[in-house]
Design a protein around this ligand. Structure first.
Ligand code: AP5
Length: 213
C-alpha cells in the first residue's frame, strides 16, 4: 500500500494516517511531525524551518524533498507507506514522481480528505497535545479527565503555535494557493480519491478503507 494523504490543515490526515498505517502495518511518514521534531531538537533543518512554520507558510521545497529522498534511499518506504503532508506543492509532487520512477516504485492512490474552512478553524482551536507522549486531545469531543493535564502521564498540555486562529487562516490561504493545484495533478494521473472529512472519524476511516481497497 503506497498512499499520499492530501487535505487542508486540520482535515484529519494525521488522525486517519495513524489509524490506517497501524491496521495495514505500513509506515506513516508525516513531514509536519518530522519538522516539529527537528525544531524541538534544534537541528539545522529545524532552525531553517521554524520561522516558516510559525507563520503558517510552507518550508522551501528543496528542504522537504531532500528529507523524503533520504528516507526513500534508506529503504524506509520499501514495505509500504502513507505520506501525510507531502507533497504539498506541484514541484514536490513532480519530484516525488521522479524519485519513484528512478526507484521503480509507484503510488496506489492520493487520498484527499475534504473539510470546509470554518470546521477547520473550530477543530484546530480545540486541539491540545501532550509534549511528553504526543497524545492529542480535541475539545469538546475528546477532553482529558483533568482540565489541561494529560491522562497518560500528567504532563501539562500545550497547543501548537500554528493553531492560533490568525495562523490557521494563513495556512488555509497557503493551502488554496500552493497545495490545492496538486489535486488536479493527481486527478490527471487517475490517482485521486476524494473523501468527505466532515463525517465522524470512524465514518471517515471506513470511507478511506473502502476507497483504497
Ligand atoms: P502539518 O503538521 O502537516 O500540518 P497540517 O497539514 O496543517 O495538518 P495538521 O497536522 O494541522 O492537521 P491534520 O490534517 O493532520 O489533522 P489532524 O488529524 O491532526 O504541517 C505543519 C507545517 O509544517 C506546515 O504549515 C509547513 O510549515 C510545514 N510543512 C509540513 N509539510 C510540508 C511540506 N510538504 N512542504 C512544506 N512545508 C511543510 O486533526 C486535526 C484535529 O481535528 C485534531 O484535534 C483531531 O482530533 C480532530 N479531528 C480529526 N478528524 C476529525 C473528525 N472527523 N471530526 C472531528 N474532529 C476531527
Amino acid at each position: 500500500m503506497n498512499l499520499v494523504f492530501l487535505g487542508p490543515p486540520g482535515s484529519g490526515k494525521g488522525t486517519q494516517a495513524a489509524r490506517l498505517s497501524g491496521k495495514a502495518g505500513v509506515l506513516h511518514l508525516s513531514t509536519g511531525d518530522l519538522l516539529r521534531e527537528a525544531v524541538k531538537n534544534g537541528t539545522e533543518l529545524g532552525q531553517q524551518a521554524e520561522g516558516y512554520m510559525s507563520r503558517g507558510e510552507l518550508v522551501p521545497d528543496d528542504l522537504i524533498v531532500g528529507l523524503i529522498e533520504n528516507k526513500l534511499t534508506a529503504g524506509e518506504l520499501d514495505k509500504g507507506f502513507i505520506l501525510d503532508g507531502f507533497p504539498r506543492t506541484v514541484p514536490q509532487a513532480e519530484a516525488l514522481k521522479t524519485m519513484f520512477t528512478k526507484n521503480d516504485m509507484g503510488l496506489d492512490h492520493a487520498v484527499l480528505i475534504a473539510v470546509g474552512d470554518e470546521e477547520i478553524v473550530r477543530r484546530l482551536s480545540g486541539r491540545w497535545f501532550c509534549p511528553t507522549c504526543q497524545r492529542t486531545y480535541s475539545y469538546p469531543a475528546n477532553q482529558p479527565k483533568v482540565e489541561g493535564i494529560c491522562d497518560d502521564d500528567g504532563t501539562k498540555l500545550q497547543r501548537r503555535k500554528d493553531d492560533e486562529e490568525d495562523v490557521v487562516r494563513n495556512r488555509l490561504d497557503v493551502y488554496k494557493k500552493q497545495t490545492q493545484p496538486i489535486e488536479d495533478f493527481y486527478r490527471n494521473e487517475s490517482l485521486l480519491v476524494e473523501i468527505d472529512g466532515e463525517d465522524s472519524p470512524d465514518n471517515v476511516f471506513a470511507a478511506i478503507e473502502k476507497a483504497v481497497g
